[in-house]
Each structure stands twice: as C-alpha cells, then as structure tokens.
Design a protein around this ligand. Structure first.
Ligand code: COA
Length: 176
C-alpha cells in the first residue's frame, strides 16, 4: 500500500469529516465530536494550513492529522508551541503504519516552519515511540483534569523546550 502524506485542501474537508467520525466512532473515551473540533479549528487563529495533513492511498483519504498553535504560559512569560489533536485513521486502515507516518511527517513540517515543540493529550503507550515524554518532565502542565502521564511533549529541535515551562493554554475552540 503506497501512502502519500500531503497538506489538506478545502476539497478534502468532507472526506476528512467523515473519516474522523468513523475513526472515533467506537472509541469509548471519545465524545464523538472530534470532526466538529477540526471544523472549528480550521477557522481559528490557531490554524496553520500546512499543519493539517492527510494520508492518501489510490486517491482515497485514509488518515488525517492536525497541529494547531498553542501557548505555554508562566506568569508574564509565554512561549509558542503546537497541539497535536486529533489524529485519525479509517478503521480498516488502522495498524498499518498510517498513523505513524502522519505523526512523523507532521513533525517534519512543523520543524521546517520553525516550531520547536509539540504538546498532546494522549495514550501514554502510543506516543513515546515518536519521542514524546511526560510534559511534567519539562515543567509543563496541561489544563485539563486528566492523569499527568497523558500530557506529553516532544522537542522538535535540540533543547527546544529549554527554559520553556508553565501551563498549556489551548486555542479556545478546544473548549467550545
Ligand atoms: C491512533 C491511530 C491514529 C493510530 O493510527 P494507526 O495507523 O492505527 O497506527 P500505526 O499503524 O502507525 O500504529 C503504530 C503503533 O501504535 C500502536 N497503536 C495503534 N493505535 C493505538 C492506540 N489507540 N493505543 C495504543 N497503541 C496503539 C500499534 O499497535 C503500533 O504499534 P507497533 O508500531 O509497536 O506495532 C488510529 O488507530 C486511530 O485513528 N484511532 C482512533 C482515533 C484515535 O484514538 N486517535 C488518537 C487520539 S487523538
């Protein structure tokens, strides 16, 4: 299966909506509204078009990943970073490496755009293989009431989180 990862275009929005809906459909921990979150984020100030990416095979979109801008705040200091959320692969294409490709390509693109780190809320067993570590190791806290180990961060550049600590402030669209 040949997979191509590319930027998402407007013409992909309907396919991506349906794909996210299906990817999260059977997930107990989901509110099943991630497709609407992506719609809101595309219209938000946090949106970076190059960081909404799709995985395509034989002209069919089978995966999607979104990175949006966030701030890490500590008193008067604030630092730019990115949120990874959500990442979705069509159920029948899961477990074939598509999610891994999306994450790695999104990291590369974010790095070329000058971003130094990414923060996410996710499964503590899935993301460490891509280099994510508990965010509290860096002195970074997530604002939601979730187990600490689910808040993770990665440095995209060497020491990309040096001197960066505080509480993550997500785009307001995450809480709507
Ligand atoms: C999570 C998801 C994006 C992963 O995509 P994928 O294409 O299935 O992942 P890959 O095939 O690249 O799998 C990579 C590894 O992660 C593991 N893995 C996949 N999904 C996992 C999950 N939900 N939890 C823990 N591990 C998982 C795989 O076993 C595989 O491990 P290995 O490399 O040691 O064999 C996909 O399963 C999905 O869309 N799930 C529903 C939506 C979701 O949970 N999104 C993440 C929260 S935003």
């Amino acid at each position: 299966m040949e997979i191509n990862i590319r930027e998402e275009y407007q013409a992909d929005h309907d396919a991506v909506f349906a794909l996210i809906e299906k990817a999260f459909e059977k997930l107990a921990l989901s509110d099943h509204r991630e497709q609407f979150l992506v719609q809101r984020l595309r219209k938000s100030a946090a949106f970076v078009p190059e960081l909404s990416m799709v995985a395509e095979t034989e002209r069919k979109i089978v995966g999607h990943i979104l990175l949006t801008k966030l701030k890490i705040k500590n008193g008067q200091d604030e630092f730019d970073s990115l949120a990874l959320a959500p990442v979705s692969v069509l159920p029948e294409y899961q477990g074939k490496g598509v999610g891994s490709m999306l994450i790695q390509e999104a990291h590369k693109k974010a790095r070329t755009l000058g971003y130094q780190s990414i923060v996410l809320l996710g499964h503590e067993k899935y993301y460490p293989k891509f280099g994510y570590k508990p965010a509290h190791n860096f002195g970074i806290e997530c604002p939601f009431d979730l187990p600490k180990e689910n808040c993770m961060a990665i440095e995209l550049t060497e020491n990309g989180l040096d001197g960066v600590y505080g509480t993550v402030e997500y785009a307001k669209e995450f809480s709507e």
